[in-house]
Design a protein around this ligand. Structure first.
Ligand code: SF4
Length: 356
């Protein structure tokens, strides 16, 4: 079985993939050691590798880090926010954040030029700052961070074509090249210039696990600490057919959307509503398959009790989709307005951070 990290498909079976690749669930004992967050309470972060090593470092007041990269292939959307919120969560726990603008991967996978990525990167980094990441974290572009490119290149001596094929399946060479640069990204915080080996956690969706397996294998051979990881459920696109991704532009809500567009998108998303109002009142809705409900669960309903009330009202047919989507749209618009105000102020800082 292989998982394709270069596509926007949703994993078919979370449990099977976890078992097959040795990903551990978040146990009640581990949950007690984690700061409270709805991502943990609601099982949005559902699995991990070596998360306990991160918590041990925190408890012993030793340095630890969180690392991720996002492709600058477009304006960030709500699915990206889910990852960024996790960076903020670990930052607030004491982690230093390392962030790669994955422009080389974007070139290989999406065919976007480095110049084009440069423009998007400024907008993206302004989002990171507006969402709560500190300016003194370490942000870089893959294409200009020569040490990362060199690491990916040097570590390739531990990798054979058969190994890549077994982990990723058959892909163009550029995808494998991007995967090796990601190995460089993930192990970068353990370099001497950043204080040497330390526990590093990488928040990923299950589809990105191949990168973790490859990197852990190489880290062990290089005398570095194999990186830890958390696994989060992925937000679905508005159509509910795939993960929210820039490859389905009509299925995303971006952090730059204006009120009109955001409302329109919410009103057209997949719900678990019935064909007619009468039927819904009689049979109740299906929040389990509803993208609108997912928005509340992932992002826009901080209270577990109120989320449950919404679920129950939907099941009983006491809540109808028009009203429910309107309420979601109100919260989304309030978030976007506030975020865009903050982001405007962060654009000059983002330029400076990226040296542009
Ligand atoms: S009432 Fe709300 S939660 Fe229920 S199916 Fe409709 S939109 Fe989804």
């Amino acid at each position: 079985m292989t998982v394709n990290p270069f596509s926007s498909e949703l994993p078919e079976d979370y449990d099977k993939t976890m078992k097959e690749f040795g990903i551990s669930p978040i146990t009640p004992a581990l949950r007690k050691r984690l700061p409270d967050h709805h991502f943990i309470r609601r099982g949005i972060i559902f699995g991990h590798r070596d998360l306990d090593k991160i918590l041990d470092a925190r408890d012993k007041k030793k340095p630890f880090a969180i690392m991720t990269g996002i492709k600058p292939s477009g304006v960030y959307h709500l699915g990206n926010k889910l990852v960024i919120d996790q960076l903020v969560y670990f930052q607030n726990m004491g982690a230093k954040v390392y962030f790669a603008v994955a422009d080389v991967e974007t070139y290989h996978v999406s065919g976007q030029s480095l110049e084009e990525s440069e423009k998007t990167a400024v907008d993206n980094v302004a989002d990171l700052l507006a969402l709560g990441l500190k300016e003194d974290n370490y942000y870089y572009r893959q294409s200009t961070e020569l040490d990362v490119l060199l690491l990916g290149h040097l570590y390739s001596k531990n990798v054979t074509y058969n190994m890549l094929k077994a982990i990723y399946g058959e892909h163009p060479m550029g995808h494998y090249d991007a995967a090796l640069i990601q190995v460089g990204d993930i192990l970068y915080p353990q370099m001497k210039k950043f204080g040497g080996p330390k526990p590093v956690i990488v928040p990923v969706g299950l589809d990105q696990d191949p990168h973790m397996r490859l990197t852990r294998d190489i880290a062990a051979k290089q005398g570095l600490i194999p990186p830890s990881s958390t696994y989060n459920k992925m937000m679905r696109s508005l159509s509910g057919n795939a993960k929210m991704s820039k490859s389905e532009p009509k299925g995303i809500i971006t952090l730059n959307d204006d009120e009109k567009s955001a409302r329109k998108k919410i009103m057209s998303c997949l719900t678990g509503g019935r064909a007619t109002i009468e039927e819904q009142k009689k049979l109740g809705g299906q929040p389990e398959i509803c993208v609108n409900y997912e928005m509340f669960m992932y992002l826009f309903e901080p209270s577990d009790a109120k989320l449950k009330e919404r679920f129950d009202a939907c099941k009983k047919g006491a809540l109808l989709c028009g009203q429910c989507k309107g309420e979601c749209a109100d919260r989304l618009v309030a978030f976007l307005k506030d975020h865009q105000e903050k982001k405007k102020k962060m654009l000059p800082k983002a330029k400076k951070i990226l040296g542009l």
